[in-house]
Design a protein around this ligand. Structure first.
Ligand code: RIB
Ligand code: CA
Length: 328
């Protein structure tokens, strides 16, 4: 028993400490489940940022996802994002269409403060997984660059280098929503990994893949949110399947050996017609750009990790997953 406790202690100690900065968002929801179920991360906090939906809705959705998973991870919301442009239609109404979410937003508006506190408390140990617009991170850098220098690294989902953007032809949604923030973060000298549309457009899941998830509760939740997401992706982006933007970002930490990295000097155009465009820039910061991710390995690992039984969807929330799940 004592040996088991020691083992648990070290297992906990070995977990990567992460903060997930997110705008849930259906693919954000899958990324949070993947990170939590992988058991590789000590998720210190979820910080929310307006993007796929308003700050109220993305914060409500973050709370909903954690409640479903039975996780008591703190949620700290960003401020009202004055320069938020538009909601992302692929995520449907309120950012998590298909789910009835009666939770409150409870905006704490202290995401930036909490990010800085956590980094100060865990110097050189925190990885920030940034899967929404980079507003909170840019504010944290501006507020205290010396604390942000103590970050271990930032793993970012954003940008489109040699492929068309998905918001304008130049820029990808997260960078488009707050292009100046994207520039501030990419120009900040710390280790960064970037997952862009260049790799995300190559990997998509079909309903048949989600049906392979053996954890009933997670499968029902995924099917519920993917039912609309897939047709929206086809209609708006012309890809036939569920693009896995944010889960791939988490996966680059779960299984880096399945990824091909390339060091590139990159920056972001902050203003003008191609605002938010990711560019190669000799004066830019060197960033680990993910050129490729093994599709077979990702799909296998994604389904295997989401199938783990640790995820305890609580029964009340299960009812909200809708009647048709009973007929299944
Ligand atoms: O362009 C895709 C990104 O924008 C993903 O993070 C998606 O969730 C939205 O935030
Ligand atoms: Ca996102």
């Amino acid at each position: 028993k004592y040996f088991h406790q020691i083992l648990l202690f070290w297992e906990e100690k070995m977990k990567q400490k992460i903060i997930i900065d997110t705008d849930p968002g259906k693919d954000d929801a899958l990324a949070i489940i993947l990170a939590s179920n992988s058991n590789l991360f000590d998720i210190k906090a979820i910080t929310t940022v307006a993007g796929n939906a308003s700050i109220e809705n993305v914060t409500k959705n973050a709370r909903y996802i954690l409640k479903l998973l039975g996780l008591n991870i703190p949620v700290y919301s960003g401020e009202k994002n004055s320069n938020k442009k538009l909601d992302s239609i692929v995520q449907g109404k309120n950012g998590l269409s298909g789910i009835t979410n009666n939770l409150k937003a409870d905006l704490t508006k202290n995401a930036v403060k909490k990010i800085l506190e956590l980094i100060e408390k865990n110097p050189y140990e925190i990885t920030i997984v940034a899967i929404g617009p980079l507003t909170n991170l840019a504010k944290a850098i501006k507020k205290s660059p010396e604390i942000m220098k103590k970050i271990k690294r930032i793993v970012i989902m954003g940008g489109a280098l040699n492929v068309r953007g998905n918001q304008t032809k130049y820029s990808e949604f997260n960078f488009f929503e707050d292009p100046l923030a994207a520039k501030v973060v990419l120009d900040f000298p710390t280790e960064k990994i970037l997952i862009s549309l260049d790799v995300c457009n190559k990997i998509m899941l079909q309903i048949s893949d989600f049906e392979k998830i053996s954890n009933n509760k997670v499968r029902k939740f995924c099917l519920k949110i993917m039912k609309e997401y897939i047709p929206y992706i086809l209609r708006t982006e012309g890809f036939n399947g569920a693009l896995m933007y944010d889960p791939l970002t988490v996966y680059s930490l779960i299984n880096p050996s399945a990824c091909k990295f390339k060091k590139l000097k990159l920056s972001v155009i902050p203003y003008g017609i191609n605002e938010g465009q990711l560019i190669e820039d000799e004066k830019g910061n060197e960033i680990l750009f993910v050129k490729n991710i093994d599709k077979i390995k990702f799909k296998q690992d994604f389904i295997q990790i989401l199938s783990k039984e640790e995820t305890l969807l609580n029964s009340k929330e299960l009812k909200d997953l809708g009647e048709e799940t009973k007929q299944k």
